[in-house]
Design a protein around this ligand. Sequence first.
Ligand SMILES: Nc1nc2c(ncn2[C@@H]2O[C@H](COP(=O)(O)OP(=O)(O)OP(=O)(O)O)[C@@H](O)[C@H]2O)c(=O)[nH]1
Ligand SMILES: [K+]
Ligand SMILES: [Mg+2]
Length: 428
Amino acid sequence: MDTIFALATAQGKAGVAVIRLSGSLSHKAAEILTGSPVPDRGMVLRTLRDSKGLRLDDGVVLSFRGPASFTGEDVVEFQIHGSLATTEAVLRCLGQYDGLRLAEPGEFTRRALENGKLDLAQVEGLADLIDAETEAQRKQAQAVLSGALGQLAESWRRKLIRAAALLEAVIDFADEEVPTDVSPEVRDLLTSVRGQLQREISGVRIAERIRTGFEVAIIGPPNAGKSTLLNALAGREAALTSEIAGTTRDVIEVRMDLGGLPVTLLDTAGLRDTGDVVEGMGIALARRRAEAADLRVFLTDDPLATGIEIRESDIHVLPKADQRKTPDGAISGVTGQGIDQLVDRIAAVLKTRSASAGIATRERHRAAMMVASDALMRAEGILESGPDLYDIASEELRTAIRALESLVGRIDVENLLDEIFASFCLGK
Ligand SMILES: Nc1nc2c(ncn2[C@@H]2O[C@H](COP(=O)(O)OP(=O)(O)OP(=O)(O)O)[C@@H](O)[C@H]2O)c(=O)[nH]1
Ligand SMILES: [K+]
Ligand SMILES: [Mg+2]
């Protein structure tokens, strides 16, 4: 397999840049580049030179021997000065060595997966961690990266393998007297796994929101001050405002960190009846986006008049607090009145919802868990019909086990059969 290399830090100007190599030629390449052998593992300060002996940079060389490395292969990292010219020069020089090539996107992680350093869910967790912008995203990604989902799937899998082994034993004794009725234990195992699956399945939607962001739509009649509010929340002039009703037409999106949660705020067209075709298009769009949003902030004296169905967790605030005799429950994007409280309310609603997130974070996870859960439900039904149909129930268990294995990218059926036979003795 080729030895690969790439800039591991972001492109651009920085104090330090890291160039990483992975593969059997890593240490050799470091030796050529620095003029003397580098240790198997450890850290040395060296001068890097090109093929003509001209100095490229001074840098720290970190070395790892596989399998104790990120990719599981031999790995070397150069910490050099983080200028475009320096990193380019070193990358160019590495590209001239036979057997070395520039890594494709994600190729280091791919090798880590292939070498069993990370499971598929951990790879997803790593991708999320690199994308994380808020505290909630960081924590969630860390949980997935730590392998929590893989461990949970493994605990389910063990229980199902135990259940399958119990059924297999009965099937094998088919012509003889079966010593014990295994169905209560099998049923307990299936019910317990299915309950936990259901809990994780129901948490995926929220976990996905934490990953990709909650949508919070600001809605109300024209001139309520929606765009002014958006700008106040964003801390910049993201949307045009004016005293002319019908200023906003397109949906304006602003991403922000609200109490550690990622939120996309939506400013929308003022809702009213209009003869203006383009404004009408804006209003239709506003309604659609408000329907789909996770949370709506009604900025209006009369939420019912918007024609949008109010949900329990929606927030209602009155416009233009500064122009009211009794500003209770009102906000003002102009004076800032009530804005902090509004932010707190939005954050509180989203935090409460976030609490139901589990450790499965993606549609892929949900789909695999659904397959497993459905198969278990069918198996439970089949069990009721007695030992004659245990082979069919056992087949459903295999379907569930395979689905759980796909969660972490391990779908080796041979291995599953080995384990079934290994636990065949039923503790006798
Ligand atoms: N006094 C006062 N004026 C406000 C407040 N918020 C907005 N305005 C003014 O009200 C007018 C309308 O504000 P916008 O933010 O454009 O209102 P909008 O709800 O986005 O209006 P459309 O986009 O047309 O639906 C502007 O002249 C703002 O300066 C407020 O809290 N107090
Ligand atoms: K306006
Ligand atoms: Mg507006």
